[in-house]
Unconditional design. Structure first.
Length: 276
């Protein structure tokens, strides 16, 4: 019986079913060529990163150098004190008693200074009230201490409102302080970019480091111009409490102690404790 099977021609060996030796060599050469292209790309990438880091460091150091060279006009303070902004501090403690204690403890006494006429003339200051114990000097309140005074007054007013207590500060004084804070913000025109989080309730700037002036250095400078001042009887009216009685608290060794004692007698320990 005759067979009806058909035989097909075999595919050529150089068809797609099996690559030729020449094709293998070409692919290998392409691989080697592409691998060598990676090195220049890596070089460009690494160089770019190094350049970016260098420029960032240069701008950072330039900024901080400018801050350090920008001395305050009166105490000569530089912005050389790094402080990280934070949302958690004793002043925001959830324990109301502890929080109130630190706010109440804010002290502005050192900010009331008595400077000689030569200082006033040299710094071209606006004329101010004469220092009661030395007519060659005038009394000034440092702006930073006034700002702290206002922040404290606003906090106390808010807490009294929150607790349903009568207001101990004159309302006009509280409004004055709020406006002073507004004016401070506008005057400083702080251009620090605060980063923002992507939380449901975003916060900005937390943990961000700023270059600040040292408050301790400011107070140390102010000691040279101590005016025997203490902010006692804070809520008393001028009629009930003469202002001169806030200028009788001279530190030990003060050149004004004798003048104070000639009018008020020696300020004893009981008086100091009474007005703590």
């Amino acid at each position: 019986m005759a067979s009806h099977s058909k035989y097909e021609k075999l595919q050529d060996l150089d068809s797609d079913s099996e690559p030729a030796v020449g094709s293998i060599t070409t692919n290998f050469n392409d691989f080697i060529h592409k691998r060598y292209l990676i090195y220049p790309l890596l070089f460009v990438l690494i160089t770019s990163n190094i350049l970016t880091w260098f420029l960032s460091e240069w701008h950072f150091k330039r900024y901080h150098s400018a801050c350090k060279n920008e001395l305050s006009p009166y105490a000569g303070l530089a912005r050389d004190y790094p402080i990280a902004l934070g949302k958690d501090s004793p002043y925001t403690d959830s324990n109301e008693t502890l929080r109130n204690e630190v706010w109440e403890a804010i002290n502005i006494d050192a900010g009331m200074i008595a400077v000689p006429d030569s200082f006033v003339e040299d710094k071209k200051l606006h004329p101010s009230q004469r220092f009661v114990w030395d007519k060659r000097k005038s009394v000034y309140l440092l702006n930073g201490h006034h700002t702290l005074h206002c922040v404290r007054a606003v906090y106390i007013s808010l807490m009294e409102f929150w607790q349903g207590k009568p207001q101990s500060r004159r309302w006009e004084h509280v409004i004055h302080c709020v406006d002073q804070l507004r004016q401070e913000a506008l005057c400083n025109a702080d251009d620090t970019p605060r980063y923002s989080t992507s939380d449901n309730i975003p916060v900005s700037g937390m943990g961000q480091v700023r270059m600040c002036r040292s408050w301790e250095k400011l107070e140390e400078w102010a000691k040279k111009y101590n005016s025997c001042y203490r902010y006692v009887n804070q809520t008393a009216s001028y009629e009930d409490f003469p202002q001169i009685e806030r200028f009788i608290w001279c530190p030990e060794g003060s050149p004004y102690s004798a003048a104070v004692e000639s009018v008020f007698g020696k300020i004893g320990l009981s008086e100091w404790e009474e007005y703590q």
